[in-house]
Design a protein around this ligand. Sequence first.
Ligand code: ZN
Length: 315
Amino acid sequence: MKEVVLGIDIGGTFTKYGLVDKNGFIFNEGSLPTDRHAKVIDFITELKTSVHQSLGDNYNIKGVGIGAPNGNYYTGKIESAPNLRWKGVIDLTDLFEEKFGLPVKVTNDANAAALGEMLYGDAVNMKNFIMITLGTGLGSGIVVNGEIVYGHDGFAGEIGHTIVDPEGRNCACGKRGCLETYVSAPGIKRTVFELLATETKESVLRKYSFDALDSKTISEAANNGDEIALKAFEYTGKILGLKLADAVAHTSPEAIFLFGGLSNAGDLIFVPTKKYLDQYLLCIYSGKIKLLPSKLQDKNIAVIGAAALMWKELA
Ligand SMILES: [Zn+2]
């Protein structure tokens, strides 16, 4: 029987899972909506059914690794995740251990992605790097001396909620001007709409409603030379480069990886981010920091990373 770990990535809308072997190969991937059940236990029951339906009996599951918003490695709980239907503190480890009868480890989705890159991606030989996950928010996993930085309470590395402008955009976390309100899929949309409001230039983006516009459309427009779209990417890269320069000062990473969502725009986001990162870096770091796309870009990094968390425990 093949030894595997069940990796689970709990997102605001969808939950993805897969069986991952020790070498990072993923089998029997599946997904289900996260927000269908008012009670978390009903969600876990559906997840277990879904996993077992696709399973067969060729696998020996050694444990469960979970990446979840506001997932706390120390406590094994989700604490007040703004984008989940279940409010307050959820003891995910207890609930999953009871349901699956297996050891369970929890961390947040960005830390899971960093672990995936560290065990199976381009950070295999790196001791110090930062993983930035770009989706509906901006997550970050920070690795120092070969270990994820969890900090005193387990929540270290929330670069997405460091402040760009104290008088800036409202954030889902309750603060104003957080990085993720500018650098994320909704963030670049907000920028496009600001530009459309202040500029008179023609743009294909004018015909979209806020809900209908997505970052892929903005990328396509930019690739076709749309000035508003190009300006939006330049502005987004500038703010990301600015905050990454701060992050470099804290941990001196060898590389910063960008994963998901906006990072799929390639040069449109990488070029301005690198330009402003270099511009804002303290001179002692100049030219030393690589800005790279995640090697696991096309794979399910959050699932592989969640499994990597458990494999690391089992090692
Ligand atoms: Zn925030």
